[in-house]
Ligand binder design. Structure first.
Ligand code: AR6
Length: 190
């Protein structure tokens, strides 16, 4: 049976996996699975805007005026409105085709950008959803592999100011996929 949450120590830092609704889990910064237009949508994006309130979209309107679209693999930061956090990091995941069109690189880049932005803002804790695994169709096990590998790599690096990264996974299937990925990459947790 799977332990939930699953907490893994990486040096002085922590990687955690838990199931649930990311809008309910307090953290300094929350990652979002947005789209290039930054106009909100369904899935986790819809849940974040509903729970966070209209202040988040007002900030995104201003960002859109400045930069136009946000390319897949990149992310932008706003305040978190009514969410139990200070910042939301809106990352744009790749739309999955067959895995040979730069999807793994773009997905890794989303997680890297979220962690970079979180570090720049001074966040110590970050929650992340399983970006691209809903509407964008990225197969769960492959996405979990990229997500866990990228986050662990950065948590092992001396520069990051982040202390704790938690994947908040919506349901049993994504939770178990991320657990398998962490077992593959880090070995089974004692
Ligand atoms: N908390 C945590 N995870 C969630 C939640 C939640 N409240 N709700 C859904 N998920 P998706 P994508 C999971 O479709 O594939 C939007 O319309 C969900 O089960 O939200 O990157 C955007 O505006 C899945 O595992 O994001 C874009 O247009 C994961 O979050 C597009 O969808 C991602 O699913 C982005 O598609």
């Amino acid at each position: 049976m799977s332990r939930d949450p699953l907490v893994i120590t990486i040096g002085e830092r922590t990687l955690a996996l838990q199931s649930g609704d990311i809008t309910k889990v307090p953290a300094n910064a929350i990652g979002n699975a947005a789209n290039s237009a930054l106009r909100g949508g369904g899935g986790v994006d819809g849940a974040i805007h509903r729970a966070g309130g209209p202040a988040i979209m007002r900030e995104l309107d201003a960002i859109r005026e400045r930069i136009g679209k946000c390319t897949p693999g990149d992310a932008v930061a706003t305040g978190a409105g009514d969410l139990p956090a200070r910042w939301v990091l809106h990352a744009v995941g790749p739309i999955y085709r067959d895995g040979r069109h730069g999807e793994p690189e773009a997905l890794a880049s989303c997680f890297r950008r979220c962690m970079e932005l979180a570090g720049e803002l001074g966040a110590r804790s970050l929650t992340l959803p399983a970006i691209s695994t809903g509407v964008y169709g990225y197969p769960l096990d492959a996405a979990a592999d990229v997500a866990v590998r990228t986050v662990v790599e950065i948590l092992k690096a001396p520069e990051t100011r982040l202390r704790r990264v938690t994947f908040v996974l919506f349901g049993k299937a994504p939770f178990e996929a991320f657990q398998r990925a962490s077992n593959r990459l880090l070995g089974p947790t004692p």
